[in-house]
Design a protein around this ligand. Structure first.
Ligand SMILES: [Zn+2]
Length: 61
């Protein structure tokens, strides 16, 4: 994957990173937007995993 040839999905400048399944530039705003699109800092995936672990342990005991 050649990131240098891609564009930031949020502002259209040259991409510098591939984060959260999105091409982003160096802007913290764009990186933050990419993170929010993936469910936020403590997103759905993390909450779901945490819940499953808690319920899984309580079910066994
Ligand atoms: Zn950008």
């Amino acid at each position: 994957m050649d990131i240098e040839k891609e564009k930031c999905q949020f502002c259209g400048r040259q991409a510098k990173h591939f984060l959260f399944a999105a091409f982003v530039c160096d802007s913290e705003d764009c990186i933050e937007k990419a993170r929010i699109e993936r469910g936020g800092p403590g997103g759905h995936m993390k909450n779901k995993m945490k819940g499953e672990i808690i319920f899984g342990e309580s079910d066994k005991k």
